[in-house]
Design a protein around this ligand. Sequence first.
Ligand code: ZN
Length: 93
Amino acid sequence: MTPNAVASLIVLALPAGYALLCWFSPFGPCRACDGTGNHVTWWERRQARVNPHRKPRRRIRRPCRHCKGTGARLRLGRRLHNSGRRLHHDGTR
Ligand SMILES: [Zn+2]
């Protein structure tokens, strides 16, 4: 295979892989709380920067406002897919 064929294969495989990821696993970990569902204060963010290997808190005392305490967020590709499906559904009924 020529280098150009390899490069174009990679360029074609990346979006297909992301689409498969969004299909099989539409939710990713919340970026604000790292998937714990806990509200993270500035002090905890600072402590995590000082010691990145400490264990995250298990019990939820105040839910994260980005994911409402679930620790999961909808991936960007899935959000685009859902909005496209909604637009198609609303436009064709
Ligand atoms: Zn969160």
